[in-house]
Design a protein around this ligand. Structure first.
Ligand SMILES: [Zn+2]
Length: 417
């Protein structure tokens, strides 16, 4: 039976060149007493834009772990798959993020809704959750609303899970269900009943990715009230713990945070709550490794610096086209994007520190960072040069990738000095 460890990190590596540097960060954390399971994830959209295939991620993960002599578990995640996209991921993946976002809000047949409500009606009124003193309230009407909103999605999750199961067999893969790519966050009470639904579908759920309140923009810090997030996260932890017992879900079920990377202001809250309740977490970082590649090449100077400048200039021209597919997860003030004529005069340090996420650095520009985050397509279009530059400057780029994952993410989340 494959089980995900207590702590795991989702690592995105768009161009498939930085697995070794990401793994080095995981190994370094291990030396400091924090065991983290690496999970390499790449979505269908990323594969399509870059022109890679799911098996490429498997080859990369197998190669870098073999080369490093890494003998602990690691996984390859079919990120955000659904019934239409799962097929080509099945053979080479052993972690599946089953995305049900597009099914949320679709209505199940009335008889199915009634049947579900019958099975959980004993919770109507007030649910006693150990650790939440006031309990959580749920009227019968609210229960109906929850079933109308989520039951259909849970059935689809079951369908996708069984499709994978039929090919791979039981216990051979990790199942996550994600609901983060929607407009409305799920409340703790919704989460409780959603878990009941997944249990009814017999999904051996090991990680669940809810949508939290606040904005999780790609590559930049959390936007919202960190204390409000902390209390919501705490309630979710307690709700999951209780749901596991009530509904017989896997005991290691944990929250997966599709963080979009760089949520520095909430990492300390997450870290201390995990410690308080002795819980694990899966933290999915976004493909910000690509940004570290840009930063590393900027630092390398010469042709490499000029190349990343041309990508930025092109991105400025194509801002709308690049940003539209990511509208829900970026917030760019285009008035604050540096103009191409200005960037043309920048040296390595200025370009790198404008992109590198160091809060408080006067050069750091979150608008430019977000725009570059969604501009990886432009590098993919000139992949021969791009990949040659990555190879030529491998060391400086790998240092940037390592430092980003290790220092800015792992150390902050787990309180490593
Ligand atoms: Zn996600």
């Amino acid at each position: 039976m494959k089980e995900i460890g207590k702590f795991s990190f989702g690592l995105g590596d768009r161009f498939g060149h930085q697995g070794h540097a990401q793994l080095k960060a995981i190994i370094e954390a291990g030396k400091k007493g924090v065991e983290i399971t690496p999970v390499w994830n790449k979505s269908n959209r990323e594969h399509n834009i870059i022109g890679t295939h799911p098996v490429d991620v498997r080859i990369e993960a197998d190669t870098v772990t073999h080369n490093a002599g890494f003998r602990k578990p690691y996984f390859v995640d079919a990120d955000h798959i659904n019934l239409d996209t799962v097929d080509r991921f099945i053979a080479c993946s052993d972690f599946f993020t089953v995305d049900v976002a597009s099914y949320i809000g679709k209505l199940s047949p009335r008889a199915e809704i009634d049947k579900f409500i019958g099975s959980v009606i004993k919770y109507a009124g007030k649910i006693e959750i150990p650790g939440i003193d006031k309990g959580i309230k749920c009227s019968r009407e609210h229960l109906v609303e929850i079933a109308e909103k989520f039951l259909f999605a849970s059935k689809k999750a079951g369908e996708i899970y069984r499709k994978i199961l039929d090919v791979k067999g039981p216990g051979t893969f990790i199942t996550e269900v994600s609901m983060d790519e929607v407009a409305q966050p799920q409340t703790p009470v919704e989460l409780f009943f959603i878990l009941a639904m997944f249990a009814r579908e017999n999904i051996p759920l090991q990680t669940i990715a809810p949508k939290f309140s606040g904005r999780f923009n790609k590559g930049v810090d959390y936007s919202g009230d960190p204390l409000k997030f902390a209390s919501e996260f705490e309630e979710d932890l307690l709700v999951i713990q209780h749901a596991v017992k009530e509904f017989g879900l896997p005991r290691n079920l944990k929250i997966s945070i599709h963080s979009g990377s760089d949520k520095f202001s909430i990492y300390p809250h997450i870290g201390s709550l995990l410690k308080k309740y002795d819980k694990g977490v899966h933290l999915k970082t976004a493909g910000t490794t690509w940004l570290e590649e840009v930063i590393g090449l900027a630092e390398a100077g010469g042709e490499a610096l000029e190349f990343v400048k041309t990508i930025y200039v092109k991105a400025l021209e194509k801002t709308d086209e690049l940003c539209t597919p990511y509208a829900d997860v970026i917030d760019i003030n285009t008035g604050l994007l540096p103009k191409s004529g200005i960037v043309a005069h920048w040296n390595s340090e200025k370009f790198a520190s404008s992109l590198r996420h160091i809060p408080g650095n006067k050069d750091y520009n979150p608008n430019m960072r977000q725009l570059m985050h969604v501009a990886y397509k432009l590098a993919a279009e000139r992949s021969v040069t791009w990949l040659r530059l990555l190879r030529e400057h491998e060391e400086v780029v790998a240092d940037c990738v390592f430092e980003n994952i290790y220092k800015r993410h792992i150390c902050r989340l787990f309180g490593i000095d």
